[in-house]
Design a protein around this ligand. Structure first.
Ligand SMILES: O=c1ccn([C@@H]2O[C@H](COP(=O)(O)OP(=O)(O)O[C@H]3O[C@H](CO)[C@@H](O)[C@H](O)[C@H]3O)[C@@H](O)[C@H]2O)c(=O)[nH]1
Length: 454
C-alpha cells in the first residue's frame, strides 16, 4: 500500500485557508500525501504571495468558485451561493482526476465544515470524510442548539432574532451571545443573505454529524465546556502559532518581514500590535479615529493596513503619522502575524478577534483589546474578556464609533494591570502543553494520523 492520500478543501477565505494549510503541513510531515484544493482565485493569490511551495510537501490544486474575474469575493452570501452551484460538479471531476492507481487512492476528504457540500460529494463517492472546524467549538454548539433556540422563541425558522435583548447562554461557564450577533447575521448587505447563510450553516452542521471525524482548531484547556456540548468534536489545536515566517502558510498577501527587525529594536513589552484579519473594511471616520487613538497612546505600534482596509482605495492618514512611521511605528500591508505576536517587544494586540488571531495571541501569551465586527468575533471577544480574562472590550459611543479617548484609556488599563499579562502567560502555558508531546490535542492528532495510516 502507498502513502495515505488526503484531499483537503478549505472554505475560500483567508481565516479558513491558513488553518487548513497548517494542518496539512503537519500531516504531510507525518508522511501523508496532501492534495490541497483552493479556488482558482485563491490558488493564484497564494502562489503570488509566496511563490512555489519550496518544501514541496503539498500538491496544490484548484477548482473555480463560479464568480467572474473582478467580482467581489468579500460578499460572502454571493460567494457561497456560487460555490453551492459549481463545487459539486467541479469537485467530482477533480476527485476522479486525482484518484490515482491503487498506490495513490484517496484515503479521505478532509474539508472545512463550512464546505459541507464538499463532504457531501465525497460521501456520495464512497470516500471517508473528515470535517475540520476552524473556529471555537462553542460556535459549533450554537448551530447544534438552533432547534432549541427556535422552540424557546429566541429566533424564528429563518434564524431571525425574536427577543433582541435576551442573551443566549449555552452553559453557565461559556460566553453568552447577543442574538443580534448570531453568526449568520451581519454578513453582507444583501437582505436575503442571513436566511441563506442560516440554512447553509445548518446544513453544514448536519453533514458534519455523518463524517468519520470532526476535528476542531481548539483545545480542551480553552473550551472544556464547549467540547462537552459537542461530544463528537475533538480538539486538535491550536494549530501552532509560533513562527510561520518563511513557511508556506497560505497567506493571500506577501508578508512584510521588516517589522520583525524593527521590533528587535524596541523595548520588551512596549509595542501595540494592531490587526483586523483579512476581511474587515473601515469607514473613513473610524479609520481616522483609530489612527488618532494610536497617536495619543504615545506608544510604539505596528498597524496592519491592508490595501483594501478602507472603503475607497486611498487611506486618509493624519499628517503626524507619516512623520512617525519608520521611527516610532510601522505600517505594513500584511505582517508575519504569528511571528510578530511571539516577539518579546509586543505589549498587547488590538484585534477583531477572528479565531485564528485569537489562537495566535493566546498561544503567545499576549493580552487583547477586543474590536469585533461580525461572525464568531463577539463570541471570541467574550472568551477573551469574560472567560479567560486576558483582555478588555472596546466600547462604541452612541454613534457606533470607538473613539480615540476610549482606545487610549483601554490601552493604559490593559498594559497598566499586570494581571492581564499573568493570566495570558498561564493560558499560553496550558495551550502549549495541549499541543506538546502527549498533550490532549497532540493525542488526537496522533490518533488521527494512525487512523489515516491504518
Ligand atoms: O497582517 C496579517 C494579518 C493577519 N494574518 C493572518 O491571517 C489570519 C486571519 O485569520 P482570523 O484572525 O481568523 O481572521 P479573518 O481573516 O477575519 O477570519 C475569518 O475566519 C475565521 C475562522 O473561521 C473567523 O474566526 C473570523 O471571524 C472570520 O472573519 C491569521 O492566521 C493571521 O495570522 C497575517 O498573517 N498577517
Amino acid at each position: 500500500m502507498g502513502k495515505p492520500h488526503v484531499v483537503v478543501i478549505p472554505y475560500p477565505a483567508q481565516g479558513h485557508v491558513i488553518p487548513l494549510m497548517e494542518l496539512s503541513q503537519n500531516l504531510a510531515k507525518q508522511g501523508i500525501k496532501i492534495s490541497f484544493v483552493n479556488t482558482v482565485f485563491n490558488h493564484k493569490r497564494v502562489l503570488d504571495a509566496f511563490g512555489v511551495d519550496e518544501n514541496g510537501l503539498l500538491h496544490l490544486l484548484s477548482v473555480p468558485d463560479g464568480l467572474e474575474d473582478g467580482e467581489d469575493r468579500n460578499q460572502l452570501g454571493k460567494l457561497t451561493e456560487s460555490l453551492c452551484q459549481v463545487i459539486p460538479t467541479q469537485l467530482k471531476e477533480l476527485i476522479h482526476k486525482v484518484n490515482g492507481s491503487n498506490d495513490d487512492k484517496i484515503s479521505c476528504v478532509l474539508a472545512d465544515i463550512s464546505m459541507g457540500l464538499a463532504l457531501d460529494v465525497a460521501a456520495e463517492l464512497g470516500i471517508p470524510t473528515v470535517g475540520l472546524w476552524p473556529a471555537a467549538v462553542l460556535q459549533l454548539a450554537v448551530l447544534l442548539r438552533v432547534p432549541k433556540l427556535i422552540d424557546d422563541g429566541l429566533i424564528d425558522e429563518n434564524g431571525t432574532p425574536l427577543m433582541k435583548h435576551k442573551m443566549i447562554q449555552l452553559s453557565p461557564m461559556t460566553p453568552s451571545i447577543h442574538p443580534m450577533n448570531l453568526v449568520w447575521l451581519n454578513i453582507d448587505d444583501s437582505p436575503s443573505t442571513p436566511k441563506f447563510m442560516f440554512d447553509f450553516q445548518l446544513r453544514n452542521y448536519r453533514v458534519a454529524e455523518t463524517t468519520n471525524w470532526v476535528l476542531c482548531n481548539s483545545s480542551l484547556e480553552l473550551e472544556l465546556q464547549g467540547f462537552k456540548l459537542v461530544p463528537k468534536a475533538l480538539p486538535i489545536g491550536p494549530f501552532l502559532a509560533t513562527n510561520r515566517l518563511g513557511n508556506f502558510s497560505g497567506n493571500f498577501w506577501p508578508e512584510d518581514p521588516t517589522c520583525l527587525q524593527w521590533l528587535d529594536q524596541q523595548l520588551p513589552g512596549s509595542v501595540i500590535y494592531v490587526a483586523f484579519g483579512s476581511f474587515i473594511v473601515f469607514d473613513q471616520i473610524q479609520f481616522q479615529e483609530l489612527a488618532l487613538g494610536l497617536e495619543i497612546t504615545e506608544k510604539p505600534f505596528i498597524w496592519v493596513v491592508r490595501e483594501d482596509i478602507t472603503k475607497g482605495k486611498h487611506h486618509n492618514y493624519p499628517k503626524w503619522l507619516n512623520e512617525r512611521v519608520g521611527n516610532q511605528c510601522r505600517i505594513v500591508s500584511w505582517a508575519p502575524q504569528a511571528a510578530v505576536l511571539g516577539h518579546s517587544s509586543i505589549a498587547c494586540f488590538i484585534s477583531h478577534c477572528g479565531w485564528n488571531s485569537t489562537m495566535e495571541g493566546v498561544s503567545n501569551g499576549v493580552p487583547f483589546l477586543c474590536w469585533p465586527y461580525f461572525a464568531d468575533q463577539f463570541l471570541n471577544e467574550s472568551y477573551i474578556s469574560d472567560i479567560w480574562k486576558i483582555g478588555l472590550k472596546l466600547q462604541k459611543d452612541e454613534g457606533g464609533i470607538i473613539r480615540k479617548e476610549e482606545i487610549k484609556s483601554k490601552v493604559e488599563q490593559l498594559v497598566g494591570d499586570e494581571n492581564f499579562k499573568t493570566r495570558a502567560i498561564e493560558l499560553k502555558q496550558m495551550v502549549t502543553k495541549s499541543v506538546g508531546d502527549g498533550g490532549s490535542s497532540d493525542k488526537v492528532f496522533k490518533n488521527f494520523v494512525q487512523w489515516l495510516k491504518s
